[in-house]
Design a protein around this ligand. Structure first.
Ligand code: GLA
Ligand code: ZN
Length: 673
């Protein structure tokens, strides 16, 4: 059995991507000296080194990597070794131009960047297996080796290829899925617009069409792409397991919904030995720490609740957004320890030393262009010490209060063409519900719609357009057994083939919600409507309204204006031991908070009025104890009640009663007992 934590690492992981091939070897010695000064425990190397390792076909140069791994080992630094299969060399593309991916409109990408890969291409597959075999044979039992880092961020920058090899591979998958072309016609609804096929050979990827294409074809292509990429990961992983037994294999995910939309991480989480993630702040004006917490919670959930590892984030600004602000003093530590609070057994960065050349020279690093006499370097050294003082939390698990249902496949389906409103965005709803839960100081687990939910008093369904019958039954059972459910509009509408469930909407959820939806009535751009609650109070919605017919549910809020005026807007269905809420419009932050307040009462979740706004409190527990993380994102000093005495690990001070956390600071209390 491979390890599930980096082999030989006895502390939290702290370090980053290390690309020494960009520097003369004399610099390497300075690097390791400074790594030791900063408390670096692990680095990721070789991720983009294929062209150096195999300068021409079948000719290898491992000398530099041998010297590098030995140097790191002598200095006690563990290594995550990359398989460089995200960056095949120029000579490879000369020999195999077909390995370059093709866009939906037929453009073939060129060499000269990275990640230009058609994952169906058999030459690419063989070459990737060959270089992986070489590396595993040579370094499989190297004493510095802690982790295999396969490829890099599968799913980006090319989310799908539409070439002829992919077409052939897609057809093979369709044959395996549907057996006969009649079955496929049925599932894809090809009776519509005369799209009927009489042979699998007639089917292509969903390339550019004059108007809306077949939605199920597009959805199946998303599944095909995800599965094909996963096959390539699994092939490399199996080689590594065979030639380097015991060493865990990972590939760095990008679970933030804003950063990758083509990978079904529920499926991928089951394939890696250790879940690792990359996270970058999207500086679009929203609260970046909330987005970070959400990505960390998704990552932990994909890891089944087990500890995971933040493999990349940034010390300061990135270089690939329209505007790339630096991080404020202290923000890097809040970010790093925010991930640790939510289950990461360490904090790593892209990258160790800032590049002088290439596309990422304006991306921050642990060691900036300005060297060691810089704010960033001083904060890196400080963070290294902080991370070191948290060693005891390794292996403990983050405790969640509630669950949010999320499914990448439903997201794919909902984003297909020609939906009732382009203003409805499932990701926006997931973000908004998450933010409302965050502001109630509730820690969130994400769950697949068919997962066991019995551990959660409250389950929130932000927008789950595609839901199988099994998922619907799962939710009904959950409520019957005492759970509280909150469902947002446009959920439970279609089955796994994007076919509308039979009967009135929402087919998969009619029973549990005790209602039907007769008609959707999306609102016009910027149109807002009011809804009136039990005590006459008003909330407001936009984007969506609909005609809800209660069939067992009670009406709690009613549309006050718009086409649906007088009809139910928010309902509650008491079913068995529990209750199921339904909200049929897009509530703003305040409205969501009010709704969640009602639902939290049903779920008997006490409000945390004692915790200040923007002060994050998260708990990790395990054999080594209970650890309370308090992250003060606000500009005010905060006081947080403690339920037991304890020791604050970053300052070494004793803590009892209340814990003072200065503005912008992080505290981690190990509770006594
Ligand atoms: C990704 C990649 C890294 C680097 C960073 C920059 O996460 O994995 O190689 O490009 O982005 O933010
Ligand atoms: Zn292809």
């Amino acid at each position: 059995m491979p390890d599930t934590t980096p082999t030989g690492l006895t502390r939290l992981a702290f370090g980053g991507d290390y690309n020494p091939e960009q520097w003369p070897e004399t610099v390497w010695h300075e690097d390791v000296r400074l790594m030791r000064e900063a408390g670096v425990t692990m680095v990721s190397v070789g991720i983009f080194s294929w062209a150096l390792l195999e300068p021409s076909p079948g000719e290898f140069d491992f000398g530099w990597l041998d010297r590098l791994l030995d140097l790191l080992h002598e200095n006690g630094i563990r290594v995550g070794l990359g398989t460089p299969t995200v960056a095949p060399p120029a000579w490879f593309y000369r020999e195999h131009p077909d390995a370059l991916p093709v866009t939906a409109d037929g453009t073939r990408y060129e060499f000269g960047s990275r990640g230009a890969i058609c994952h169906s291409n058999t030459d690419y597959r063989s070459a990737a297996a060959a270089i992986t075999t070489q590396l595993a044979t040579r370094y499989g039992d190297h004493p510095a080796l802690a982790l295999w880092h396969v490829h890099n961020e599968y799913g980006v920058p090319v989310s799908a290829c539409y070439c002829e090899s992919c077409a052939a591979h897609f057809r093979r998958r369709l044959v395996a899925t549907y057996g006969t072309v009649e079955q496929l016609n049925e599932a894809w609804g090809t009776a519509f617009w005369g799209q009927r096929y009489t042979d699998f050979a007639q089917i292509n990827p969903p390339r550019v069409t004059p108007t809306a294409g077949n939605p199920t074809q597009a959805l199946d292509y998303k599944r095909f792409t995800d599965a094909t990429i996963r096959e390539n990961f699994v092939r490399e992983r199996d080689i590594l397991h065979r030639l380097s037994p015991g060493v865990p294999v990972t590939t760095n995910f990008m679970t933030a919904l804003s950063q990758c939309d083509s990978i079904d991480y529920w499926a991928w989480g089951r394939e890696v030995d250790l879940v690792t993630n990359d996270h970058y702040l999207i500086t679009d004006g929203r609260r970046t720490h909330v987005n970070l917490a959400m990505a960390a919670d998704i990552t932990r959930s994909v890891a089944g609740g087990a500890p995971w590892l933040l493999l990349e984030h940034s010390t300061s600004g990135v270089n690939w957004q329209p505007r790339n602000p630096a991080k404020a003093p202290g923000q890097m530590a809040r970010n790093s320890l925010g991930h640790v609070a939510r289950g990461s057994d360490g904090a790593m960065f892209f990258q160790w030393r800032q590049s002088r050349r290439g596309a990422e020279k304006f991306h921050s690093a642990m060691l900036p262009h300005g060297g060691t006499d810089t704010r960033v370097w001083r904060e890196v050294v400080e963070l290294g010490a902080a991370v070191d003082s948290l060693s005891a939390i390794r292996g403990t698990r983050t405790q969640a209060d509630v669950a949010v249902l999320w499914d990448w496949q439903s997201w794919w389906a909902q984003n297909l063409q020609w939906r009732p409103s382009e203003d409805h965005d499932p990701r926006e709803r997931a973000d908004a519900f998450y933010e409302a839960l965050y502001d109630r100081h509730l820690t969130v687990d994400f769950a697949h719609p068919e997962a066991d939910l019995s551990a959660y008093p409250l389950v929130v369904v932000p927008a789950l357009y595609l839901m199988t019958e099994a998922a619907g039954n799962n939710l009904r059972e959950y409520v019957e057994n005492g759970g509280t459910l909150v469902v947002s509009y446009f959920s439970g509408i279609v089955d796994e083939h994007d076919a509308v469930h039979e009967g009135p909407h929402p087919g998969a959820l009619r029973d549990v919600l005790g209602l039907t939806v007769e008609e959707f009535s999306p609102l016009l751009k910027d149109e807002r409507i009011r809804i009136t609650g039990p005590d006459g109070s008003e909330l407001s919605g936009d984007v969506w309204s609909e005609f809800v017919v209660p069939r067992g549910a009670e009406t709690v809020w009613t549309y006050a204006d718009g086409l649906a005026a007088g009809h139910p807007a928010i309902t509650r269905h008491r079913l068995g031991e529990g209750s199921a809420w339904y909200v049929s419009t897009r509530l703003d932050v305040h409205g969501l908070d009010v709704l969640l307040g009602w639902a939290a009462d049903d779920a008997r979740i006490a409000p945390r009025a004692d915790l200040p706004h923007d002060v994050e409190v998260v708990r990790r527990t395990g054999e080594s104890g209970t650890f309370l993380f308090v992250i003060n994102h606000s500009a005010l000093d905060a006081k947080v009640p403690l339920e037991a005495h304890g020791t604050e690990l970053l300052t070494g001070e004793r803590a009892a009663g209340h814990l003072g956390v200065p503005a912008g600071a992080v505290r981690v209390v190990r509770l006594d007992g």
